[in-house]
Design a protein around this ligand. Structure first.
Ligand code: ZN
Length: 308
């Protein structure tokens, strides 16, 4: 059965009844293009055009067929609101932001973005927390092409001997293929991952996946408890948030290809801490020349700065 889309609906969005249709994935649907010539689509093709929403016999399709430079937003408010339409609103907001980015950044710096078509040569690899409040590109101003970023729970770098993870896969690519000049591990205040790490010893429940991941920071927890056992839990967490960054810096040196480039002066390792409660940022650099390890496995730091 073919369905004809009313020609009066806008290009950006249309709604049509499909009570007796779409009984299987091969249902043929007829959509009019800009010349009002019928174009046939199979149902399975819709997912490539936009968002499909089946609800009470209705199928709504958001198809972004307008000009890429347009900032008009689909008139979803004119439609009958469904319980999950808030998701549509979120994507409409996102669409506006994307088109604003395109108009005011991408197109205005088109030369820069065209160079990125040929490849990337970032000077930084940033390892930051997945926390939505601490996006490194937002707070540190990295432009596309300037930082290779991997984010994980609690911004941890597992030691080499712990085996493969997506974090050290990204590390390997950044160091050996992109040949970044700086590795930058950025911790932050109020980190839920560090809280999970510090809570584990108290028998507080945590997800098995999170537990298995944050245990990579167990040395930071141990060293925190060695110096902060008499402090309250919140203070212990604040201490461990920075301590875990330092342990990750040391863990970076456990990768032979990282250590070699650092020793040869081709790569620097930096730590950072973003306090989003007070909006301050602290940065320091590992002082490693190949044989400066102290007995406790720690390394001296240099170039510590505090931005407030
Ligand atoms: Zn975090």
């Amino acid at each position: 059965m073919a369905i004809s889309v009313p020609t009066s609906v806008s290009k950006e969005s249309f709604l049509f009844n499909s009570k007796n249709s779409l009984k299987n994935n091969t249902q043929v649907v007829q959509i009019y293009g800009s010349q009002l010539k019928p174009v046939k689509f199979e149902d399975s093709h819709f997912k490539h055009l936009g968002l499909i929403k089946r609800n009470q016999g209705y199928l709504r399709l958001e198809a972004s067929r307008d000009s890429v430079s347009s900032t008009r937003v689909a008139p979803v408010k004119e439609m009958e609101k469904k319980p999950n339409d808030q998701t549509l609103d979120l994507f409409n907001d996102m669409r506006e932001k994307f088109l604003s980015f395109k108009r005011f950044k991408y197109l205005e710096k088109s030369d820069h973005y065209q160079k990125l078509v040929n490849g990337q040569a970032p000077k930084f690899m940033v390892i930051a927390c997945a926390d939505s409040r601490v996006c490194p590109t937002s707070i540190l101003g990295f432009e596309p092409g300037e930082a290779f970023v991997v984010r994980n729970v609690a911004n941890l770098v597992p030691p080499f001997e712990n085996g493969p993870t997506e974090t050290n896969a990204a590390l390997e690519f950044a160091v050996n293929a992109l040949k970044v000049e700086n590795l930058f591990v950025v911790g932050h205040s109020c980190c839920g991952g560090i809280r999970a790490l510090m809570s584990m010893q108290d028998g507080v429940h945590s997800s098995i996946f999170i537990k298995d991941w944050v245990i990579n920071g167990k040395q930071a927890r141990t060293s925190t408890m060695a110096v902060a056992a008499n402090l309250g839990f919140e203070q212990q967490c604040r201490h461990c948030e920075k301590e875990s960054v330092n342990h990750s810096l040391v863990n970076l040196l456990s990768y032979p290809w990282v250590e070699e480039r650092v020793r040869n002066g081709l790569l620097s390792i930096h730590g950072g801490y973003y306090d989003f409660v007070n909006c301050t940022f602290e940065k320091w650099t590992l002082d490693y020349k190949g044989n400066s390890a102290e007995e406790d496995g720690k390394y001296a730091v240099k170039d510590r700065v505090f931005w407030s």
